[in-house]
Design a protein around this ligand. Sequence first.
Ligand code: GN1
Ligand code: MG
Length: 370
Amino acid sequence: MDLSVLMEGFNIKGRLVTLVPFGNGNINDTFLAVYRNTFTETQVVLQRVNRAVFPRPEVIMANMHKITLHCHAKLENDAKRGLDDRVWQMPRIIKTKEGGDFIRDEKGEVWRVITRILSAHAFDTAQSPEHALECGCALGHFHYLLSDMPPNSIEDPLPGFHVTSGYLRQYDRTLKSKRAQSLLSASVEAKRLAKYIDERRDLALCLERAERAGELKRRMFHGDPKVNNIMIDDFTGKGTAMIDLDTVSPGLVQIDVGDAVRSICNPAGEEETNLGKVAFDENLFLAFMKGYMREAGAFMTEADREYLYDTVRLLPFELGLRFFQDYLAGDRYFKTRQPGQNLNRARVQFRLCESIEAREGSIREMLKRL
Ligand code: GN1
Ligand code: MG
């Protein structure tokens, strides 16, 4: 597939000068395209939506269309009224020459182009408490932007996403396969992780039970607010945008908090191979939560707060379970660069979960004081 020919289908001014792989996403293929003319430069992001993960990419794009429309209008309005302490940004879909939101190639692959947020970067790990605080502000502000969007206007982009009991069932099915059995019998570490999961099966159900009991209600959430999906302004050091909008849909906002926390409060990052370096950082946690509450505290109900500790513990468990299941199934979901990478990613998340359990008392205390 000649990507520069594909790019001709999109309505972008100037001449394409470069097109290179971009970012560290585990799911979609991402490229940066730079266009120039005599006076200026335009940078955009080209992505192929992973059809193995998102079976209906057109749903993703229809959702993205509605979400960006809603948020851009609100951002513009708030800016006019001078409500913000900064310019908040959100990527925009670049139309095709035919006026559509994406191009489907001859193989049926879906390609989209979105604007790049310039003079800003996302990091793979938290850099400092100030950075963590800005991540909290960015997620909180994002929840504010989505707070008046009717959840039923969005179609479920990824059925079963963040339903931990479903991941457990999928894991149990995978365990029965020959591949999984042979991977398990070949590795002491894999056996240890399987035991780890068995000891925490009940944890998987905590949020689902609360939702069924009516204690927690779905609102619009991001779904994937890890640290490298949060853009920080190069000049001011402030959070400026949430990116990767594929999973924005009705969900529990605490899941976003838990997912951001599991990625921000582990400064060693998701790919660390030395487990001794993986630990929950309470300073980063406190800073992140302060930033989040500043922007979104007003939406938090008592019940929302009550389930925060459980969620912070649940999210690394859930992601570890997803990585481990994928390892046993032959690395079909998360992209890998070397064999055993998903096994190692699972080890990191489970170690983080243990580190959270060991700090339960002080995490609960911090949450009470927010
Ligand atoms: C995936 O695409 P990316 O890298 O932002 C995954 C998240 C995981 C994350 C872990 C749709 O996100 O749920 O937390 O990897 N996204 C999907 O790095 O499954
Ligand atoms: Mg993603």
